[in-house]
Design a protein around this ligand. Structure first.
Ligand code: ADP
Ligand code: MG
Length: 729
């Protein structure tokens, strides 16, 4: 039988990469499947419209009567668009989105068939959710969980084939109130940030009543021919290749980045972009990335809450649309060894309801002091909670990428750029004990003269920093490509909320002592700069010197997920999360437990896949080739040729045998190590065991397998090779 690999290779020639026709303007379809803007106005009474607006803006609870009206309006809109089913759409801690569809269709007691969707169905559901990860929460407390409508994220229609489903964005909580998803804590963090940031803004501008955190993510991904991916059990089961000899050509020619987009990829992009536009995802850019077959897309930034939903939705859409194009999209952080992995930069800033970007340098000395206040508070927050920032991006797949010479290291540092670095030095040096009103006025003017220049200078960028200031926002670059942005955003906004709240307390205390407001602010900023300057780093974050320097500065450098996750349950974090009301202690421990379990499961699956592949795919190919060699050597001897004639073949056979033995022994040893780890009952210890005692076998087995791939007859090798996965389309 022909192997899947060769079938896939043959099939490539017949792949249709023509473009589905998309004519017309993007604005014609943008948001057409979203219940927002004009349609809401059209389908709701004035009263219902107002109360929905109010609930979105201020988080107020909707009256039952109103939710009835809204549900009925939503149903009318959705049915007009051909929708038959609805679902509560949520983001459980499994890393994907969840849906459970119900039809509008019901039979009344007297047998009348009707389509209904009432307020209760809109507001709350009880998905049978016992199989979602809960870290022991539901086992211990209540068996059930429920989903609750989040009016701040608009409902939308998902189209799948001919079916259309109305999706209601919800949070997912246990009956006892503990959150079981990504969204519930995120919403709390954003509310907490709003309050703390408004309080600080009011030092400068009394008109500010709301501060919204904004997020613009950049999604990197790989594309692989679907048939080819199907011939790689590792890609299908783990999202990455666990073996594969490096191709003769990798990314060294740098000919892919910003090059012309290959036709098949382009057709795919156009298609998923169109689907995204209908869902109101404001995609803006698309381009090739550094590695072959690697690409990126990015939207215009939005409120964090909406941006998070849109990214989760986009990942779904990308997966679905890829099928239509007989492609597989790889969102894994490191699908291929030896070439770049994928990230999801999170561009983050804060916007006021008066239209000011708080992380954009201001136009006047006064607004610049406001900018500086938020800028310095961000640095302080990252400094104080660097371990939490690291934990927020920890995952077994991101471990392959962080610190691997292409992605930011596991050391969290902040890049400010030259000008702002100098500004911070000025504040530090000039704000002293004798600092008076006149000094303050002069310093403010001086700083103002310094700062505007930076906006003009776009070259002052550092691509190796995990957290970089880029002119009017910070870019958290260490987030993984497959991650739910909510994890990083919950932590970032929480630590910012906490830092700003403390800042306010400290400034107020100085004012109380009789200090002038601006001087009190400057003095507190100076203190924050001194306290956190060791987190500032302007050099090459990928270099070895930085690792050494960071260690000298006492900055944490935690390389693996099981260790990084400890940060969630330290005394300091518990205080932070409970005081801000984001998580209670139970929730924190449950989350820690869930993440550890997730780590163990994923590494366990990889270990099994590697064992399987090695034993029943790679070794048979190698053994079959040895047989050929042996037969050949014997034949050559039979016709009277001497040792010299068979020398090379004997050497190859001997090398292959060596690698076969090594693989076999290591697979066996890895299985034994798993048996030991599986007996451990403490999740943390088990995760550490999987990380330190089992994962190391992956590289050893891979080394020998890749040697075999090089030695064995190409025709006999069953797994599609890197050159085929990466360069053929
Ligand atoms: P670059 O950083 O490469 O110069 P842009 O400035 O266009 O490119 O921004 C890159 C990303 O940052 C985009 O996804 C964009 O939406 C996002 N972004 C821009 N401004 C903000 C902001 N104020 N808040 C959050 N994200 C932003
Ligand atoms: Mg960027």
């Amino acid at each position: 039988m022909q192997s899947l690999r060769f079938k896939a290779l043959e099939g490539l020639a017949g792949v249709d990469s023509t473009l589905t026709e998309h004519t017309g303007k993007i604005t014609d379809v943008f948001g057409s499947n979203v219940f927002s803007g004009k349609v809401v106005r059209e389908y709701l009474s004035d009263e219902a419209y107002k109360s929905l607006q109010n609930s979105v803006k201020n988080g107020t609870k909707l009256e039952r009567k109103m939710s009835e009206q809204i549900a009925s309006g939503m149903k009318a809109w959705a049915m007009k668009k051909g929708v038959t089913h609805y679902t509560h759409w949520f983001q459980p801690l499994t890393g994907t989105t969840a849906e459970k569809h119900d039809s509008f269709f019901t039979l009344k007691g007297d047998g009348t068939a009707l389509e209904t969707f009432d307020g209760d169905a809109l507001v709350q559901q009880e998905p049978d959710a016992s199989s979602f990860p809960n870290g022991g929460l539901r086992a211990t407390f209540e068996a059930r969980g429920y989903t609750a409508w989040d009016p701040s994220s608009p409902a939308f229609i998902l189209e799948q084939g001919y079916g259309k489903t109305l999706c209601i964005p919800t949070i997912f909580v246990a009956y006892t109130g503990e959150s079981l998803d990504y969204k519930a804590p995120l919403l709390k963090a954003l509310a907490s940030l709003d309050k703390a940031a408004v309080d600080v803004c009011n030092y400068f501008d009394k008109n500010v009543t709301k501060v919204t955190a904004t997020l613009g993510w950049e999604q990197e991904y790989f594309l692989v021919d679907e048939a080819m991916a199907n011939a790689r059990p590792d890609l299908i089961m783990t999202g990455r290749t666990v073996v594969g000899h490096a191709p003769s050509k990798g990314q060294q020619l740098e000919d892919h980045y910003f090059g012309a987009i290959p036709e098949r990829a382009y057709a795919y992009m156009r298609d998923f972009e169109m689907e995204s536009y209908k869902l109101g995802i404001p995609l803006r850019t698309r381009h090739n990335e550094v590695a072959p077959s690697q690409f990126e897309c990015a939207p215009i930034f939005e409120e964090v809450n909406i941006a998070v939903d849109h990214n989760s939705l986009l990942m779904d859409v990308m997966n679905k649309v890829a099928k239509r194009h007989k492609l597989k999209v790889l969102l894994h952080e490191k699908p291929f060894a030896g070439i770049n992995g994928s990230g999801k930069h999170n561009n983050w800033s804060l916007a006021t309801d008066t239209g000011v970007n708080l992380l954009a340098p201001g136009k006047t000395p006064k607004t610049n002091l406001m900018f500086l206040t938020f800028f310095v508070n961000t640095i302080k927050a990252v400094h104080d909670y660097a371990d939490l920032m690291r934990a927020s991006i920890a995952s077994p797949s991101n471990d392959f990428r962080l610190g691997a010479n292409e992605a930011p290291p596991a050391i969290i540092s902040v890049f400010t750029g030259k000008y702002l670095f100098e500004v911070l030095q000025e504040v530090k040096n000039r704000v002293n004990n004798k600092f008076d009103e006149q000094d303050e006025a002069i310093l403010k003017l001086d700083l103002h003269r310094h700062i505007p220049e930076l906006l003009l200078d776009n070259t002052d960028r550092n691509r190796t920093s995990p957290f970089a200031f880029t002119g009017n926002k910070f870019e958290f670059r260490a987030v993984g490509s497959s991650a739910n942005c909510a994890s990083a955003m919950t932590v970032l906004n929480t630590i910012m909320a906490k830092t700003l709240a403390t800042f306010k307390v400290e400034v107020d205390a100085l004012i109380e002592k009789g200090e002038k407001k601006e001087i009190a602010i400057m003095q507190t900023l100076r203190k924050y700069i001194v306290d956190s300057e060791r987190v500032l780093f302007e050099g090459d974050g990928y270099s070895e010197e930085w690792e050494i320097e960071a260690a000298k500065r006492g900055l944490p450098n935690i390389k693996t997920t099981p260790q990084a996750l400890d940060a969630f349950v330290t005394e300091k974090s518990t205080k932070l999360f409970t005081e801000t009301g984001i998580y209670n202690e139970k929730e924190l421990h449950a989350r820690h437990e869930i993440l550890l379990e997730d780590y163990v499961k994923k590494v366990q699956i990889e270990a099994r896949v590697i064992g399987d592949l090695a034993t029943n795919n790679i070794l048979p190919c190698a053994i079959s080739y040895i047989n050929d060699l042996v037969g050949n050597i014997r034949g050559l001897k039979e016709i009277g040729l001497g040792d010299d004639a068979v020398k090379a073949q004997k050497q190859i056979a001997a090398k292959i045998a060596e690698h076969i033995n090594a693989i076999s022994e290591n697979v066996q040893a890895m299985i034994e190590a798993r048996k030991v780890a599986n007996k451990l009952t403490d999740s943390r210890q088990k995760a550490i065991d999987y990380c330190e005692k089992i994962k190391p076998y992956f590289d050893v087995i891979r080394y020998h397998s890749d040697k075999l791939e090089f030695l064995v007859d190409d025709k006999k090798w069953a797994l599609p090779k890197y050159r085929e996965l990466l360069f053929l389309r």
